[in-house]
Write a protein that binds this ligand. Structure first.
Ligand code: DHB
Ligand code: FE
Length: 281
């Protein structure tokens, strides 16, 4: 059977992608950001899974106000990097895993989570920047990736509680797939940031670090936190953090091993947070 081996959590700031693509990683400003991922790149080489189930949000790129799925699972064979206004990022095409994606869709929908099935989709910085941070600049991504898009842009967005429960349903789905695949679940976006309005530029280090502590040690309690707390404490875009609860819910109920933890302010307008949690079966 397939199994979930680890979960990875990381911010997805688009300027990080631009820094990589424009060869600016050595600049002191960016060096501090990328230094937090040196361990992670080596860890991923040592612990390359067969499939990454990558939870992210689309930023009105593939979807728009015309159509907003709450949860959308990418079942296609490949996903191209999106043009977000400056041309597509020069990164590899993302290869999917249609068989496992279809199995997860079947299992999770039968567990009463209504997913949108997506058979054609371009992927924006929400998905490509976490891959770049963890993999560097390879000519191909190290394994197939199942994109799982969550609406955190247009309210009503899903609650942390629903995201956490969905993670558990994803675990059950993976563990019932009849092939010995190692699967990682990644939760991306966050941490504190607000991109517009009077509070633009908001960062909340204390709250972010308490979030990391609770994500590790008390995810069920953390999942009860209402939207208003995210928005008040972590800014309007801090709500992206509900996606981390999907990845956390996908781990077993035993305390995970914290393989890596990193926090850095700033990267563009955002507090960068990053965790690697290894599953204890
Ligand atoms: C920034 C962060 C984001 O999460 C995003 O989607 C766009 C921009 C930023 O910090 O610039
Ligand atoms: Fe974002």
């Amino acid at each position: 059977m397939a199994r979930i081996t680890a979960s990875v959590y990381t911010s997805h700031v688009p300027a990080i992608g631009a820094a990589l693509d424009l060869g600016k990683t050595g600049e002191p400003y960016w060096q501090k950001v990328f230094s937090g991922y040196e361990f992670s790149k080596a860890w991923l080489k040592e612990n390359t899974p067969d499939v990454i189930f990558l939870v992210y949000n689309d930023h009105a790129t593939a979807f728009s106000l015309e159509m907003i799925p709450t949860f959308a699972i990418g079942c296609a064979a490949e996903f191209k990097p999106a043009d977000e206004g400056w041309g597509p990022r020069p990164v590899p095409v993302v290869k999917g895993h249609p068989e496992l994606a279809a199995h997860i869709a079947q299992s999770v929908i039968m567990d009463d989570f209504d997913l949108t099935i997506v058979n054609k989709m371009d992927v924006d910085h929400g998905l490509t920047v976490p891959l770049s941070l963890m993999c560097g600049q390879p000519s191909e991504w190290p394994c197939p990736v199942i994109p799982f898009a969550v609406n955190v842009v247009q309210y009503p967005v899903p609650s942390g509680r629903r995201c956490y429960q969905l993670g558990k349903a994803i675990r059950k789905a993976v563990e019932s797939y009849d092939a010995p695949l190692k699967v990682q679940v990644w939760g991306t976006g966050g941490m504190s940031h607000q991109l517009q309005g009077p509070r633009a530029g908001l960062i909340n280090r204390e709250w972010d670090n308490a979030f990391l502590d609770r994500l590790i040690a008390d995810p069920a309690g953390l999942s009860q936190m209402p939207h208003i707390d995210y928005v008040r404490e972590a800014g309007s875009e801090g709500i992206e953090l509900v996606m981390w609860l999907i990845a956390r819910g996908a781990l077993s109920d035993k305390p995970p091993k914290v393989a890596h933890r990193f926090y850095h302010v700033p990267a563009s307008n955002t507090a960068v947070g990053h965790l690697i949690l290894e599953n204890q079966q």
